[in-house]
Design a protein around this ligand. Structure first.
Ligand code: ADP
Ligand code: MG
Length: 283
């Protein structure tokens, strides 16, 4: 499928009307989180103030090291640091607005306020579904596969995400999927590397859950194939380059890797899935 350019960066974002701004200030005093729900004119909206913490250099370096084999040019660490809070909020609002205008699966931006953004409520985290072991597995699988196809749709409209883990994917009551949390700036990567990087984040979060739930290699491979069926093989090039580097590290670590932390398990679980895709892309 063709992948047009990222939607125009110049689309002006709507601002927050004065009455709604006053409601936000009141609600903020009561909310204990930087992201909270607000009932406005009979509907639920979500207000997001930026987290003030930012991202440490080591974390950014690890992210950059994941992306580095996917591109042919040297990759600095700086783009993987989060932007300063106010700039980050304006960036996220702008991306949400432009992506929604381009028809991508994201919540509608209600407005960009003074230091915060407001968007439409977009349902529950996909992670709530995959964590709930009382739900019928077929229903969970259907939502995961819908999310994989929605990621392809996001990419096909020219967008990227940067962190499409299960916690940043929302499922509405009608089963439709929306991506949230557009703080990452991957514009330094070529489009196919952005797609590959996103796919890898999605697969890593799915294959080894954040709780003690079961590992899901089969579902993860099905999700990857559902994505590739819509997207074509473009992301496989950067993924193959990543896999060549990662396979070497996997060999060095040998059996010890099973005893290392969740992040390592997640990375290697995703590499196993990528290896299966590369062995037999057409299955
Ligand atoms: N549009 C939305 N609809 C419903 N819930 C949302 C929405 N945006 C954020 N949330 C909830 O708030 C949480 C934090 O939002 P997120 O944008 O991911 O912030 P952070 O940058 O802190 O990770 C999400 O995991 C989700 O549970
Ligand atoms: Mg998030």
């Amino acid at each position: 499928m063709d992948t047009p350019r990222d939607p125009a960066a110049a689309t002006p974002t709507p601002s927050v009307p004065e009455a709604l701004h006053r409601e936000v200030l009141v609600a903020r005093d009561q909310a204990r989180k930087n992201v909270f729900l607000l009932s406005h004119q009979g509907r639920q909206v979500v207000v997001k103030f930026p987290d003030q913490k930012g991202r440490g250099w080591l974390h950014a370096w690890l992210m950059r090291t994941t992306a580095a084999p996917m591109v042919r040019h040297p990759l600095p660490v700086a783009p993987f640091r989060l932007k300063p809070p106010a700039e980050r909020t304006a960036f996220e609002a702008q991306r949400l607005h432009a992506l929604a205008e381009a028809g991508a699966p994201v919540p509608r931006l209600v407005g960009l306020g003074d230091g915060y953004l407001i968007m439409e409520h977009a349902g529950q985290r996909l992670e709530n579904w995959t964590r709930d072991l009382n739900l019928p597995p077929a229903e969970v699988d259907a939502r995961v596969l819908a999310a994989a196809r929605a990621l392809a749709q996001l990419h096909c409209t020219g967008g990227w995400h940067g962190a499409p883990q299960l916690r940043n994917i929302m499922v509405r009551d009608d089963g439709s999927v929306a991506f949230i949390d557009f703080e990452e700036d991957l514009s330094i990567l070529e489009p196919e590397a952005r797609h590959a990087y996103d796919l890898l984040q999605f697969l890593s979060s799915l294959v080894v859950p954040r709780d003690d739930g079961p590992h899901r290699p089969e579902l993860t491979e099905r999700a990857a194939r559902a994505y590739l069926a819509l997207m074509g093989d473009g992301p496989l090039g950067p993924l193959a380059a990543y896999q060549r580097r990662a396979a070497r590290i996997k060999r060095w670590l040998g059996p010890v890797r099973r005893r290392l932390g969740k992040d390592v398990q997640r990375t290697f679980g995703a590499i196993d899935v990528v290896e299966a895709l590369l062995r037999d892309p057409a299955r």
